[in-house]
Design a protein around this ligand. Structure first.
Ligand code: ADP
Ligand code: MG
Length: 238
C-alpha cells in the first residue's frame, strides 16, 4: 500500500500538450479510476506514474518518495495492460516467475509467491500451459499475477478488460474488486467504460483534454456532475 501523489504534472509530445498541470492525490489502498474518452490522456498519465515516459514538468511521488526520475522497476508498481504482453514461449509459471528471477529472488521464495498468486487468481491448474493455450480471461489473470508475485505497492491497470467479451468482463471486474479487498493495495485503473468506473472506484477522476474535470465518488459524479462534459460522458450509455 502506498500513497500516490501527482503534482503539477505536464506532459508534452513535441508541440502537443497532452497533460496540463495535473494534480491528483491518491490515498493508501484507494481504488482510483481514470475515466474519459479515447485520446484524453488516461494512458499517458498512467504511463507517467509507471515511469514509462519522461515528464515535461512536475513530480510523481509514490509512498512518500519522489520517483519522478526513478526507473520503473524501482517504483513499487505493477502494470497490467489491455494486451496481455505475456511471453509466448514460457509457461504460465515461467511468466509469473520471470520478473522475480530477474530480480534474483531465491527460488524457494519464487515458488512460494507463484503458488500464492496462482491460488488467489485461481489459475493453479494452468501453471504448466503456454499463453496460446489460455482463454483471454485466463491470460489476463496471468498478467495480473505477474504484478501480484512482485508484492507491489501500487497496481496500475490500463483498460485490462477491453479485449474480453461482456461475460468475462463482468467476471474479471468482480475478481479485480475482490483482489482489491483482499490485498488492500492502491490501484489506479484506466477505462473509458462508465459502468466499470462506477462499480469499481472509490473515487473517479473524469478526464477530458488532458485535464481532470471532476474527482469524486461514483455517487457524487453520477448525481452531481460539475459540468456538461461530465454529465454527458457519465450519463451516456456504455
Ligand atoms: P487515452 O489513453 O485516454 O486514450 P492517450 O494518453 O493514449 O489517451 O493519448 C493522449 C493524446 O496523446 C492523444 O492525442 C494521443 O494521440 C497522444 N499521444 C499519446 N502517446 C503519444 C506519443 N508517444 N507520441 C505522440 N503523441 C502521443
Ligand atoms: Mg489509453
Amino acid at each position: 500500500m502506498a500513497t500516490v501523489s501527482i503534482r503539477d504534472l505536464e506532459i508534452d509530445f513535441g508541440t502537443l500538450r497532452v497533460l496540463q498541470t495535473l494534480n491528483l492525490d491518491i490515498a493508501e489502498g484507494e481504488f482510483i479510476v481514470l475515466l474519459g474518452p479515447s485520446g484524453c490522456g488516461k494512458s499517458t498519465l498512467l504511463n507517467a506514474v509507471a515511469g514509462l515516459l519522461d515528464v515535461t514538468a512536475g513530480q510523481i511521488w509514490i509512498g512518500g518518495k519522489n520517483v519522478t526520475w526513478e526507473e520503473p522497476k524501482d517504483r513499487g508498481i505493477g502494470m497490467v495492460f489491455q494486451s496481455y504482453a505475456l511471453y509466448p514461449r514460457m509457461t504460465v509459471k515461467g511468466n509469473l516467475s520471470f520478473g522475480l528471477k530477474m530480480a534474483k529472488t531465491p527460488s524457494e521464495e519464487i515458488e512460494k509467491r507463484v503458488a500464492k498468486a496462482a491460488k488467489i487468481l485461481q489459475i493453479e491448474p494452468l501453471l504448466n500451459r503456454r499463453p496460446s493455450e489460455l482463454s483471454g480471461g485466463q491470460r489476463q489473470r496471468v498478467a495480473i499475477g505477474r504484478a501480484l508475485v512482485r508484492d507491489v505497492e501500487v497496481f496500475l491497470f490500463d483498460e485490462p478488460l477491453s479485449n474480453l467479451d461482456a461475460k468475462l468482463r463482468t467476471e474479471l471486474r468482480v475478481e479485480i474488486k475482490r483482489l482489491h479487498h483482499e490485498l488492500g493495495s492502491t490501484m489506479i485503473y484506466v477505462t473509458h467504460d462508465q459502468i466499470e468506473a462506477l462499480t469499481l472506484a472509490d473515487r473517479i477522476a473524469v478526464m477530458n483534454g488532458g485535464v481532470i474535470q471532476q474527482l469524486a465518488s461514483p455517487k457524487e459524479i453520477y448525481r452531481r456532475p460539475v459540468n456538461r462534459f461530465v454529465a454527458g460522458f457519465v450519463g451516456s450509455p456504455g
